[in-house]
Design a protein around this ligand. Structure first.
Ligand SMILES: O=C(O)CCC(=O)C(=O)O
Ligand SMILES: [Fe+2]
Length: 342
């Protein structure tokens, strides 16, 4: 089972026993226990949960609505001395059904990219051997991991900043490590991928997902990265789902007005969905429409259903995502999803 999911109340003025609290969390050095020790003064707590992957937003869930009301009144907009003097932004939040979990059983999971039928999406099975997989895992395991709220990451080339969903192009961390050179060479000579020969991939994000942990729906920021995004899956399988929203929805992640939509993407206009199974050692390419116009995400499941077969997530999945940092504005054909056009 994934973590409980919360969203903005449907009606203004609707009370709830849960609070969405922004500006505190693990990314600013405050543990769930630190936060609980402040909020428990207003009533019995059910728990403190990460609201998203930012590490700066949490859900504080009370047993009683009155406790949430009292905490909101006392703490909203105030700087909180027990939490390092941080000024908390608080609103009500309601528990959502888990549409991602339920609906993923309804969307058929394709094994091949041609079955998914999204232009620009490619999948190559067995792109690397089991020995190469082992070597890549060993290489990253002897380097330091950065812990996010639910998964660990490593960045090479340029650091990816989750708060702005972008990279700092002025801060280059150096070349990509030599242990990925054979992979990069193979990508440039792989006949499945057109137009790749002249592209120098210069940013690598390594993600390590424990079982049951996925990734929220997102489009990699257009202005941050060029067209081709490669993701190599190692160690364990997962499914990746895709959503194409009718109206587009590029939103800056840092704007407070965007929070509800990010927290609860189901609130947005209608979307169509597809899914693909990503086995270990496969290489996925998102390009063109698949990269620019479809949200991709990994459901927070411990078990995936693929063609009626139950597939258990392994003790971890590690992915290597290779991208090319963009210089200048994005000029894609999908302005409704593009931050360069806002
Ligand atoms: O883990 C993956 O395969 C995808 C990662 C991803 O979408 C991202 O880092 O933007
Ligand atoms: Fe992504």
């Amino acid at each position: 089972m994934g973590l409980p999911r919360f969203g903005r109340p449907k009606n203004d003025g609707e009370l709830s026993s849960n609070l969405f609290v922004a500006n505190c969390g693990s990314a600013v050095g405050l543990s769930d226990d630190d936060i609980a020790s402040v909020f428990c003064k207003f009533g019995e707590l059910k728990g403190v949960y990460a609201a998203d992957e930012s590490g700066t937003r949490v859900i504080v869930a009370y047993v009683e609505e009155g406790s949430a009301q009292a905490a909101l009144k006392a703490l909203h907009g105030q700087s909180c001395p027990e939490l390092g003097g941080r000024s908390l932004h608080i609103r009500y939040s309601v528990l959502q059904p888990t549409p991602q979990d339920q609906a993923s059983d309804l969307v058929p999971v394709s094994i091949t990219a041609s079955d998914v039928s999204i232009p620009g999406l490619f999948l190559v099975h067995d792109f690397i051997s089991a020995k190469e997989e082992e070597e890549l895992l060993q290489a990253v395991d002897c380097r330091p991991w950065n812990s996010l709220s639910k998964r660990r990451v490593q960045h090479y080339g340029y650091e990816f900043r989750y708060d702005i969903r972008n990279v700092n192009t002025r801060h280059c961390l150096g070349e990509l490590p030599s242990f990925v050179s054979p992979i990069l060479d193979r990508i440039s000579s792989c006949p499945t991928f057109e137009n790749v020969k002249n592209i120098v991939l210069d940013q690598l994000t390594v993600n390590e997902y424990p079982p049951g942990v996925g990734l929220s729906p997102h489009i990699d920021t257009h202005s941050a990265f060029e067209d081709l995004i490669f993701s190599l899956s190692l160690s364990g399988p997962c499914i990746m789902e895709f959503r194409r929203y009718e109206n587009g929805d590029w939103l800056p992640r840092v704007a407070s007005s965007a929070v509800a939509k990010i927290e609860n993407p189901e609130d947005q206009s209608n979307f169509i969905r597809r899914a693909i199974y990503l086995p270990p050692r496969s290489l996925l390419l998102l390009s063109g429409e698949a990269r620019y116009a479809w949200h991709h995400y990994i459901p927070h499941h411990k078990i995936d259903k693929v063609n009626g077969k139950v597939i258990r997530r392994a003790s971890r999945r590690v992915s290597f995502t290779f991208r090319k940092v963009r210089e200048g504005l994005c000029k894609c054909e999908f302005p409704q999803y593009c931050d360069s056009r806002r």
